[in-house]
Design a protein around this ligand. Structure first.
Ligand code: F6R
Length: 610
């Protein structure tokens, strides 16, 4: 979603803000803006539609000066993509505001503000923050006091940073539902919506908690909790690699992240699992005793993370003998659900900040689950902090909007959870060995699978002029087909649907013709013969197929079917291995179509609004 950066320093902060925005650009990117204030009270505001570079190009010696500043990349929610709707928003030439999230009662606030004589000049909800704070300045002796009262009037989600033109010495920040992190420097302090933005200037961070309001000056950070009481929050030394934002010579972050998968999966397994089994305590200090009571798992997630949960359901029921439900967070949070006895709630999220998943976790806490576990990629994120247990996927920073390495490490985490639950629920030795040997050889299998890149790049040509496609899989490969379809639609804008192939004749077969490529995921497992029948059904209707298959599955290429042989692997890890060719396919199709691979249109990383 949107990105926020702010700074209070002795030096000119414009470059820090622009670099920070560039590092956050992957989160949202329809427009960007910056507001700067010098010690002498000179104020400038520059906003541009498009990439951060357009903003950077508009900065001059005249408008690019300031020791205090706030900046923003926008992903439009309220109001179209116009310069006027871009942040920072201002009130009465005095208050400037950047904001992530949604002020749900903005319409009411607008009416009240109009009654007080304010002119509403944008379509955004954020403008109401600026005017509300401004309207309260007189009643308070400080900007801090005005903001503390203002936030009590806001309903919805916000991470916001507010600057007063009459006081360049500070910014006030407030968090409710949208993350903010303070970066600590020497004689300068910073604020951002993600630590990635500030890594070039500091590695010491304070993650604000829900309801916190903080006053940031060059030398001090004063934090107040939701009740207005001063609080001290822990200072965390970041372990995120400084160069996590570099492409390392790859053309796109997505390609870099696809190729990182053998390494990050190896890291995610190291010290946690070996051929002897799971290392005790990997889910947390008291987790082993707790997991031994679990008889049911409820998984909640969105998007790609939801597909990881769908795959895990097959594993948990087949190998660990534990019943499992999987639900999209935005559905779960708005319906009444029944909690099974001894149920573990598992949320999955790359970012740890997805609004619906977080809301579902908070709701679930009231429903009587035995415990909650999050499988997450971002330490210190809201899901990690608010769950009873956190299992880090260790994928490293994922910048490409289309999730790749986060997904495969989520699947690795779920195989470890399957082992952990299976040992208390009668997992067979055969299954245990299959998972352990599968995991052991997984990084090497992923390396081998990436060698298919050239072959996949060649066949991507055949997709470039297509408008629709169908992905088929059975069993635990059905969610992998869903993930393949999601990747293709996200970055190549080709309509892609996934079906459990047994469903073909219940409707989608009507779509088959030679303009609708059909992608089949076909490892050599007990469902292979069933899948082959489905392939014949497609062939009989003149469909063109691309089959990703194990060599031993004995598919032969011919004029209607192109077979891509995927390295043979243990059945338990096949969903992870078969994910990679589908990622590569979507990448190369997008490349040929010339889309913005890392920042596909209309999408954003880290969906912090509902
Ligand atoms: C797709 C993608 C999204 C995310 C979804 C959930 O490539 O990245 O579908 O998976 O927005 O995000 P997280 O995992 O951060 O909760």
């Amino acid at each position: 979603m949107c990105g926020i950066v702010g700074a209070v320093a002795e030096r000119n902060v414009v470059e820090i803000l622009i670099e920070g925005l560039k590092r956050l650009e992957y989160r949202g990117y329809d427009s960007a803006g910056v507001a700067l204030l010098t010690d002498q009270g000179e104020f400038s505001r520059v906003r541009r539609i498009g990439k951060v570079q357009a903003l950077a190009d508009a900065i001059t010696d005249d408008n690019g000066k300031g020791t205090t500043g706030i900046a923003h990349t926008r992903w439009a929610t309220h109001g179209g993509v116009t310069e006027n709707n871009a942040h920072p928003h201002a009130s009465s030439d005095r208050i400037a505001v950047v904001h992530n999230g949604i002020i749900e009662n903005f319409a009411d606030l607008r009416m009240r503000l109009r009654d007080k004589g304010y002119t509403i000049s944008t379509d955004t909800d954020t403008e109401t923050i600026a005017h509300t704070v401004h309207s309260l300045l007189e009643a308070h002796d400080s900007l801090l006091g005005a903001v503390q009262e203002a936030v009590s009037q806001f309903h919805g989600a916000y991470g916001t940073v507010i600057m007063d033109r009459e006081d360049p010495s500070r910014v006030i920040v407030a968090r409710s539902g949208s993350p903010l992190v303070i970066g600590l420097g020497v004689g300068e302090n910073f604020i951002a919506s993600d630590q990635m933005a500030l890594l070039p200037v500091t590695r010491r961070f304070i993650f604000l908690e829900e309801g916190d309001v903080a006053e940031i000056t060059r030398r001090e950070v004063n934090i107040f909790d939701v009740d207005g009481h001063p609080v001290v929050r822990e200072i965390v030394e970041s372990t995120v690699e400084h160069d996590a934002g570099d492409k390392a010579g790859y053309r796109h972050y997505m390609l870099k992240e696809i190729y990182e998968q053998p390494t990050v999966v190896r890291n995610a397994l190291a010290g946690r699992v070996s051929l002897d089994g799971l290392v005790p305590g990997i889910f947390g200090d008291n987790a082993d005793a707790l997991l031994s009571q679990i008889k049911h798992v409820q998984i909640i997630a969105c998007g790609t993370s939801y597909h990881a949960g769908m795959t895990a359901r097959y594993w948990l029921e087949q190998y660990a003998n534990v019943s499992c439900n999987v639900e999209i967070a935005s559905e779960f949070r708005y319906r009444k659900s029944v909690v099974h006895p001894n149920s573990l709630l598992v949320t999955i999220s790359q970012s740890g900040e997805t609004a619906d998943t977080l809301a579902a976790l908070r709701l679930a806490k009231e429903l009587g689950y035995t415990s909650s576990l999050t499988i997450c990629n971002v330490a210190g994120s809201s899901l990690v902090r608010e769950s009873d247990m956190a299992f880090m996927t260790k994928a490293g920073a994922e910048i490409g909007v289309a999730s790749t390495k986060a997904f495969t490490t989520q699947l690795g985490a779920f195989l470890m959870l399957t082992l952990a639950l299976g040992q208390h629920n009668g997992m067979s030795d055969v299954d245990r060995t299959d998972i352990l040997t599968g995991l052991q050889s997984l990084p090497a299998k992923l390396e081998e699978t990436l060698e298919l890149a050239q072959e996949i790049e060649d066949l991507a040509e055949e997709f470039a002029d297509k408008h629709h496609s169908l992905f088929l899989g059975r069993g635990e490969q059905y969610p992998i087909a869903m993930e393949g379809a999601l990747k293709l639609k996200e970055i190549s804008y080709i309509h892609a649907e996934a079906y459990a192939s047994g469903e073909l004749k219940h409707g989608p077969l009507a779509l088959i013709d030679d303009e609708m490529p059909v992608i089949v995921v076909a490892p050599n497992n007990e469902l292979l013969e069933k899948l082959k029948s489905n392939v014949e059904e497609v062939r009989a209707r003149g469909g063109i197929m691309y089959v990703f298959a194990d060599k031993d599955a004995h598919f032969e290429s011919d004029e209607t079917m192109r077979v891509i042989n995927v390295p043979h692997c243990a059945a338990s890890v096949a969903p992870i291995v078969y994910t990679l060719p589908l990622q590569l396919l979507s990448y190369y199709v997008a490349l040929i179509k010339g889309t913005d691979v890392d920042q596909p249109r209309n999408l954003a990383k880290s969906v912090t609004v509902e």
